[in-house]
Each structure stands twice: as C-alpha cells, then as structure tokens.
Design a protein around this ligand. Structure first.
Ligand SMILES: [Zn+2]
Length: 249
C-alpha cells in the first residue's frame, strides 16, 4: 500500500520535471536570443531602425514565436528595441533628449565607479586592468575592424566590476549598450577606438591613488566620445537614410 502510493507521488514530480525542463530550455534559448541581439546591436551589426524579423529568429533558434516575443520584450524594456504599433519591432532610435540623459548618467556613474574602485580594487586587479588597456592599444594599432568594434565599452565594464557593486555594473552595461545606438545614429565621424591611451592614463591615476585625477581623465575621455556626436534633429534620420542607401546601392 505504502509502496504504491510512493510510486504515484514519484511519477507526479517526474511530469512536472519534464515541464520544468522544457521551461528551462526555453529560458536558455530566450537568454541566447537576447545576448545575440544585444551583442549585434552593441557591435553595430544591427543599426538603429532595423526591423527585427521574429520569424527568422524563431526558425534560427528552433523556438516558437512566443519565446521570441518574450526575449524581444526584455530588450524592449532595456530600450534597445522599440515596438511600433501595427509595424513590428525595431532596433531603437534614441532621441536627442534621451541621448543627452544617457551621456549625463554615464558621467555620474563612472565617477561613482572610480570612487569604489579606488576603495576596493587590489593592486593585482589594477595590474590586470592595465594589461587590458595595453591589449586594447595593441588591437587599436594592429587589429582588424571587427576586433576594434568588440572593444568598445569593455574596459569600462571591467572597471565597473572592480568597484564590486553588481547593480552599478548592470546599470552601466545597459547605458553603454544604449549609447552604442546613440553613436550609430548621431556620430559625425566614425571612430571605433574608445581611446586606449585614455584608458591607460586612467589606470595610472588609479594606481597612484589619485581619485580626482582619475575622475578628471574620465570626464575628458567621455567628453571626447560625446564630442563626436551631433545631437540635432534630423541627424538620426539622415544616418538611417544613409545606411539604407549604403545597403541598397
Ligand atoms: Zn573608454
């Protein structure tokens, strides 16, 4: 009697395990879809205004459109995608006010991060950061275009990690991703390097325990990036239109 009951209770969790496994598998795919699209956007392979083809994603990853829509929904709430009524989902095109707010948030955040890094990072961690800046400079001088683009933002995310506050790192990661859309839309002169020499000077200031100098160098570095964009109405449209001409001519 007891044994039979046990068997019944044994099969019940098995069925829910299978459902759970399927759900977990969908979660994994959903995460892969998000990472794939976020990386493609960050590296400029998917330009602002590009239509997201749900069918193609569903086919490629072998999942239903429901799973795809779930993944797109997350990217939408991260402001990397935007849904347009009756037209579908597109890579987001941040407006001018949003772009200004993103640059401002990044400045404030990077200051706070430097403060935490100064407090918490070990000498070994700063050595590793210096090594990264050196590698960036190597790639900047000798690397191909692809590896150059992949660099953008990496230094800043690693720096944020050294601050030891995962929430700040997460927020910065999202801001950097959104700023890559701003750069794609409004940058006047395309330059992929995120100032490898600036990065090295920032690390030197950190190693010398000079917070004010590190923050000042960071401001200068971010102002340099911001100085490459022209935030005027119509500039975004112009870039989108130029991209279309490039693709179709
Ligand atoms: Zn940088």
């Amino acid at each position: 009697m007891k044994r039979a009951r046990r068997q019944v209770t044994k099969t019940a969790p098995k069925a829910s395990n299978a459902a759970e496994a399927a759900e977990n598998a969908n979660d994994d795919v959903s995460e892969r879809i998000r990472t794939t699209l976020a990386n493609a956007i960050g590296e400029g392979a998917l330009k602002p205004g590009t239509k997201i083809l749900e069918d193609a994603i569903a086919d490629h990853f072998g999942v239903s459109r429901t799973v795809v829509r779930g993944a797109l929904g997350v990217l939408e709430s991260d402001h990397l995608l935007e849904r347009k009524k009756n037209r579908g989902t597109f890579v987001a095109e941040p407006g001018i006010d949003e772009a200004r707010a993103l640059f401002e948030s990044r400045r404030k955040l990077e200051h706070a991060i430097l403060e935490l890094v100064m407090e918490r990072a070990s000498a070994e961690q700063l050595d590793a950061l210096e090594k990264l800046a050196d590698e960036e400079e190597q790639i900047h001088h000798h690397g191909d275009e692809k590896s150059k683009t992949t660099l953008s933002g990496k230094f800043h995310i690693v720096l944020a990690d050294l601050g030891g506050n995962a929430v700040l790192t997460e927020v910065l990661t999202k801001i950097v991703a959104r700023l890559s859309l701003v750069m794609a839309l409004y940058e006047e002169e395309k330059r992929d390097d995120c100032g490898a020499d600036h990065h090295r000077m920032i690390v030197s200031a950190l190693k010398a325990k000079d917070l004010a100098k590190a923050q000042h160098l960071m401001d200068h570095h971010l102002a340099d990036i911001e100085g490459r964009v022209r935030l005027t109405e119509g500039q975004g449209d112009r870039h989108t239109f130029m991209a279309v001409l490039e693709n179709f001519s």
